[in-house]
Design a protein around this ligand. Structure first.
Ligand SMILES: C[S@@+](CC[C@H](N)C(=O)[O-])C[C@H]1O[C@@H](n2cnc3c(N)ncnc32)[C@H](O)[C@@H]1O
Length: 419
């Protein structure tokens, strides 16, 4: 959604962009609830060609339920939007539905309370999966996934220590807490614009979740090593690898050309460079020159079910069938990329998913089929790194999204056995 917003926000006056973001993120965040309410208010759902009207209705309901917009303005603007969409026929319907919600909203919500989509504000299929896999963590996952994430930054420790940066922040009146697990993480007590962060443009800090920061600390690249970042965009972890050791020989591969630009701009701000290749990481003929890597970061495309609070459109767009498709894609990438690893080299498999199929089960299958692969403890390379985060699972460790803390991630470190 952030990408779509970035594309379309030029259509809106700059002073309205915060409102645009609030409306888009807000509707997605509350979608399961709003959708159930909307469907109960309509005698029959809108046809597909009128999805724009349905979105208008959800926006109206969101404003009535969650924003300070005066009720009459929320209703009138929604009705006006029908006209702007050249669908004047819908004005009466929009007005009637929203006015009924104004009058009877509380009773309507109470009558729907037992539906999982309303009770948990998550799609029913996802609640079922979370409950099946993580019954003990269900409440924690749901609560954390439904709230705004905290703003976490990564201090570029090659430029400034975390302690010094924290002092600089505090001198500007920006209060922060040190992350418990990542030595480079600072949580800001209140979100600020990045332009307010000291020396942000000079690359002294980056916005990055604490769990995401663990990748570079686990792999701990060292000067001169040949390192591959196999699914690299937008380049958050690419930059971190270089902060840890700027003179590594880093190759970053990314499938999507438009996402490559993000890696470029991230590295430019940080003042680093890498060999950037736009290709399918699983298609070795397309990008690999035949020289094996010492270390590989494999942050595969995944269901992103550990970061729903950052990408609330997942509540609308993610479908159960996606999981199996993603598992297949991940399997192909990991099997192929493994060939590019040196004997004794390390591959860190990472997802921001909570689905065991994409995580421990994926690794289980991999280890069954790759006899030269060994799982090793996550602090094998970086002995100083505490790995008391998340929970150990059959392979690797699973982190769950936490209210004031990190996102949901999965990590497993593999080493290639030398022949
Ligand atoms: C989880 S994101 C990576 C996030 C990144 N490591 C970071 O920290 O900023 C996965 C990325 O893999 C890319 N991707 C998907 N399939 C790919 C493939 N077959 N080969 C290379 N990249 C791929 C996606 O476009 C996406 O940018």
């Amino acid at each position: 959604m952030s990408t779509q917003l970035a594309r379309h926000q030029t259509d809106v006056a700059s002073e309205h962009i915060p409102l645009l973001k609030e409306l888009c993120f807000g509707v997605c965040r509350q979608y399961p609830k709003l959708n159930s309410v909307a469907l109960s208010l309509l005698s029959h759902p809108f046809e597909e060609k009128d999805t724009d009207l349905y979105a208008t209705l959800l926006l109206g309901l969101y404003q009535l339920s969650y924003m300070n917009t005066p009720d009459h303005a929320a209703v009138n603007e929604s009705v006006e939007a029908c006209r702007l969409l050249n669908k004047d026929w819908a004005t009466k319907l929009m007005n009637a539905v929203l006015r009924r919600y104004q009058r009877e909203g509380d009773e309507i919500i109470a009558s729907l309370e037992s539906m999982p989509s309303v009770e948990y504000n998550q799609p029913k299929w996802l609640v079922k999966r979370f409950n099946k896999h993580w019954p003990d963590q269900l409440e924690e996952i749901i609560e954390a996934s439904n709230t705004h994430p905290p703003m976490c930054i990564r201090v570029n420790e090659s430029a400034v220590s975390r302690e010094t940066y924290q002092t600089q922040l505090s001198e500007l009146g920006i209060k922060s807490n040190a992350g418990e697990f990542s030595p480079s993480a600072l949580y800001l007590r209140n979100a600020v614009r990045v332009s307010e962060l000291p020396n942000f443009e000079e690359g002294f800090s980056s916005v990055q979740d604490e769990a995401a920061q663990l990748s570079a600390h686990i792999l701990l690249p060292k000067s001169g090593e040949k390192v591959l970042d196999a699914c690299a965009a937008p380049g958050g972890k690419t930059g971190h690898l270089l902060e840890v050791a700027k003179d590594i020989e880093l190759t970053a591969v990314e499938l999507e050309p438009w996402r490559m630009e993000k890696i470029e701009s991230n590295l430019e701000r940080l003042g680093y460079s890498a060999h950037l290749i736009c290709a399918d990481a699983g298609d070795l003929d397309a990008w690999w020159e035949g020289e094996q890597f010492d270390k590989i970061l494999l942050d595969v495309p995944c269901s992103a079910t550990g970061v729903i609070r950052r990408n609330p459109d997942i509540k609308i767009n993610r479908k159960p069938a996606d999981i199996n498709e993603l598992v297949e894609i991940q399997r192909e990438i990991v099997n192929q990329v493994w060939k590019t690893l040196k004997p004794n080299g390390f591959l860190l498999y990472v997802t921001c998913s909570l689905m065991p199929e994409e995580n421990e089960q994926q690794i289980h299958q991999f280890l069954e089929s790759q006899l030269d692969a060994n799982e090793v403890p996550l602090n094998t390379i970086n002995e100083d790194l505490s790995i008391e985060w998340g929970i150990p699972v059959s392979h690797g460790r699973q982190l769950f999204p936490s209210l004031e803390g990190h996102d949901g991630f999965y990590y497993c470190l593999l080493q290639k056995i030398s022949a």
